[in-house]
Write a protein that binds this ligand. Structure first.
Ligand code: ZN
Length: 169
């Protein structure tokens, strides 16, 4: 996947339909899909209001339930395959060991994959110009709207920018 980073050129903003793999790759690495410099997340799964480096607004994303769905799909298949392989290849694995190891593996894998997956989904939505990202597509990295990250400014086109657990108490 590393060649994705180099295809459209490092430093080049992927605000085109052709550049969405670069935006996904940047989001996967917790980097701003627009400039690749700033971080996507302020906390574990809390997407920043805007990029700290280029000011691109990131609150337009609607990742919602897709990241956990993808993580469950991937982790379920990996752990399920591993359980089957161990059952077929190793004799007499104690049940208590399996009941301890596999839930822990699933938990650690899920926690490890959740943030990169959500970042990739945000990058995909940015790269495809979905939701509020449509308004900022094609804006160069140096001329992105550099607005202050205010809580009141999060009114998306459908007026539901704070959906999906983004609403601040
Ligand atoms: Zn940025």
């Amino acid at each position: 996947m590393i060649e994705i980073d180099g295809r459209p050129g490092a430093g080049e903003h992927p605000a085109t339909r052709e550049g969405w793999p670069l935006a996904v790759w940047r989001g996967f690495r917790n980097r701003c899909p627009h400039c690749g410099e700033g971080r996507v997340f302020g906390r574990f799964l809390k997407v920043r209001h805007a990029c700290e480096a280029c000011g691109t607004e990131l609150h337009h994303h609607r990742a919602d339930d897709l990241p956990p769905y993808l993580v469950i799909f991937v982790v379920g298949h990996l752990v399920g395959l591993a359980i089957l392989e161990i059952e077929m290849r190793v004799d007499d694995v104690p049940l208590w060991l399996q009941m301890t190891v596999w839930p822990l593996v699933a938990l650690v894998l899920s926690l490890a994959l959740l943030q990169p997956t959500k970042g990739a989904v945000v990058g995909l939505q940015y790269g495809l110009g979905m939701h509020g990202f449509a308004g900022i597509r094609g804006v160069g990295a140096g001329t992105a709207p550099n607005r202050e990250a205010s809580d009141e400014q999060s009114s998306g086109p459908d007026g539901a920018a704070d959906r999906g657990g983004l609403r601040r108490a």
